[in-house]
Design a protein around this ligand. Structure first.
Ligand SMILES: C[S@@+](CC[C@H](N)C(=O)[O-])C[C@H]1O[C@@H](n2cnc3c(N)ncnc32)[C@H](O)[C@@H]1O
Length: 321
């Protein structure tokens, strides 16, 4: 990724983590997939011992760190670090436990501005290095090498699958956002209707509403368009009571939110990896001395529901070093 692409990613995710209602990228998944994924992380974390150190790469709002805090007994005294390319503050944004000794951790620190492809840590600094749907947003092969370098014992990664359900379901959203914002001009029409309503602005909104209904009827999954149009309808219905300035602020905020969503979904589609990519990643781990190395599909509820790939590697003798 070039410098401007990286800056765009950084800004996109910094905004997302500051304003998102969700603390966890796995929240895009159905409940059974979330439970399966969290269950697997719990098993991984349950193998940690007193004084072990953990690095969470591309931590976001610290979803994995929060899970680790639930699993780790208070006596463990883990040394936990979360890093991300974005400017992050999981304590402020996600209410993660703060202070030394919180929830089984002797130390807990977060650092933004850290590229997974260039980790600022010495070789073999961490007992366990993890990442949940994060590392693949960086230069993938470099990030895998870096992860292998800084891990002492275990590497455990969950990676978005290019042919997975989340990519498939969300792949259409960027096009729908373009259509709503640019082709239909929904947000401009709403602002006009709020600030200077006339018969023309009302008719324009009515014809936009008809176009959205038609499109929803033709789509296999109309949820995004349907909920956007419902929300806009409610907003316009309440605009007189809330006042013009406030109503326009809400419209602006909604537009920014769905544009951000479209960018995130584009980034997700670009980050997701194929089985071949995972095979190359596992070769990199093996060449770095890890054995065994395994790749497994996470498919809760059957093959149609591929949620991602687990890449797991252990360094022989890592427990002693
Ligand atoms: C889908 S979110 C996952 C966040 C978190 N691991 C979770 O499970 O909720 C992807 C994360 O990757 C981060 N990211 C994107 N590019 C990165 C890079 N080059 N290096 C490190 N983190 C990056 C983003 O800022 C974002 O927080």
């Amino acid at each position: 990724m070039d410098g401007s692409g990286k800056k765009e990613q950084k800004d996109l995710w910094s905004d997302y983590w500051r304003t998102s209602q969700s603390n966890d990228c796995a929240s895009d998944f159905p409940e059974d997939a979330r439970r399966a994924i969290a269950g697997k992380w719990r098993v991984i974390f349950s193998r940690l011992e007193s004084g072990d150190s953990v690095l969470d790469v591309a931590t976001g709002n610290g979803a994995l760190v929060a899970l680790l805090a639930e699993v780790a007994g208070p006596e463990l005294g883990l040394l936990v670090t979360g890093v991300d390319l974005a400017q992050i503050d999981p304590r402020a944004n996600a209410g993660l436990p703060g202070g030394e000794g919180a929830a089984g951790m002797a130390e807990l620190s977060f650092r933004g501005g850290v590229d997974a492809a260039n980790l600022p840590f010495d070789d073999r600094s961490f007992t366990l290095v993890v990442s949940q749907f994060g590392l693949e947003y960086a230069d993938f092969e470099k990030a895998i090498s870096e992860t292998c370098r800084v891990a002492r014992r275990w590497v455990k990664l969950l990676i978005h699958a290019a042919d997975g359900a989340v990519v498939r379901q969300n792949g259409l959203i960027p096009g729908q956002v373009d259509w709503l914002c640019r082709e239909l001009g929904l947000f401009d029409a709403a602002r006009e209707q709020i600030t200077a309503p006339t018969g023309v602005t009302r008719d324009r909104l009515a014809s936009i509403s008809v176009a959205i209904r038609k499109k929803c009827a033709a789509l296999e999954n109309p949820d995004f368009l349907y909920s956007s149009s419902q929300y806009m309808g409610q907003l316009l219905g309440q605009s007189a009571a809330m006042g013009k300035a406030q109503a326009v602020r809400y419209v602006d905020a909604m537009e920014a939110r769905i544009e951000g969503n479209a960018k995130r979904m584009r980034a997700l589609a670009g980050a997701a990896r194929s089985e071949d990519d995972l095979a190359r990643a596992s070769d990199i781990c093996a060449a770095a001395g890890y054995d065994p190395v395994s790749v497994a599909a996470e498919c809760p509820g059957g093959e149609q529901r591929l949620a991602g790939y687990w890449l797991e590697a252990e360094r022989p003798g890592g427990a002693q070093s």
